[in-house]
Write a protein that binds this ligand. Structure first.
Ligand SMILES: NC(=O)c1ccc[n+]([C@@H]2O[C@H](COP(=O)([O-])OP(=O)(O)OC[C@H]3O[C@@H](n4cnc5c(N)ncnc54)[C@H](OP(=O)(O)O)[C@@H]3O)[C@@H](O)[C@H]2O)c1
Length: 214
């Protein structure tokens, strides 16, 4: 059976995966770019942007596992874009431009389904109103035997952890305190008992913690 994986998921010391006040101008709310600064200097991130260079240290070694063996992604509607409630129109196709970084089918969980949209480079966004179990069934069927990545945000990763559907979780603990926003761990007391955990601290100041199903 293919695995369900989460990669490069940044959380503040107080457990927030995004700040308060998400908007078009501030996709991570009041967190700004503070959760992801560790990522911007990596070769992996620069390649995603079509750029050369970037660091190849610990952060990149952890970050680059993101795409290997992935055949589909599941994300929450709030990661897909800043709109909330019924869609006013279908003009918004994500933050990632005409050729999104995913290059696989992407299942966007939403209570407001809309027609699928095929982008350049192999990314197709499908909009599904489904339980985590049902969304995973659809993603697996589309993934051609490869693994399924849960792309976030915190609400969605939390739901898949609560349903015990995650096999590998890579959390990046960033030494900042956000104080408000959307927390990853709420309701997940003792979740670590289902996993083997390892941690490595990077010179950049972040700690990479991996949870692998025991
Ligand atoms: N820390 C990181 O590494 C990381 C990674 C990715 C994203 N993010 C950030 O996280 C933020 C978004 O996270 P979030 O926790 O606010 O939201 P999210 O997980 O992206 O999306 C939650 C929304 O998805 C829809 N949804 C979720 N489960 C559903 C289900 N089973 N059935 C139907 N609809 C469902 C609902 O929207 P509707 O009811 O409106 O349809 C729900 O409000 C953004 O700021 C993004 O940039 C952070």
């Amino acid at each position: 059976m293919s695995l369900v994986r989460v990669h490069n998921f940044s959380v503040s010391l107080d457990g927030y995966g995004t700040g308060e006040g998400q908007s078009l101008e501030a996709p991570f709310g009041h967190a700004g770019d503070r959760l992801h600064r560790w990522f911007f200097h990596t070769r992996t991130f620069r390649r995603m942007q079509g750029k050369e260079g970037g660091d190849t240290g610990v952060d990149d070694a952890m970050a680059r596992a993101w795409g290997d063996g992935i055949g589909a992604e599941i994300m929450g509607r709030n990661k897909f874009g800043p709109q909330r409630g019924p869609w006013e129109n279908h003009d918004w196709n994500g933050w990632w431009g005409p050729d999104p970084v995913f290059h696989t089918p992407v299942f966007v969980l939403t209570h407001h389904p809309r027609p699928s949209v095929e982008m350049a480079g192999g990314t197709t966004f499908h909009f599904v109103d489904a339980s985590p179990e049902e969304a995973l069934r659809q993603a697996r069927a589309a993934a051609g035997g490869l693994d399924v990545r849960i792309g976030g945000g915190p609400h969605t990763v939390r739901a898949f952890l609560a349903a015990d559907l995650v096999d590998h979780l890579h959390v990046v603990v960033v030494p900042i305190v956000l104080g408000r926003g959307e927390r990853l761990w709420d309701g997940l007391e003792g979740v670590e008992e289902r996993f083997r955990t390892e941690a490595v601290t990077s010179p950049s100041g972040v700690t990479h913690v991996t949870f692998t199903r025991a």
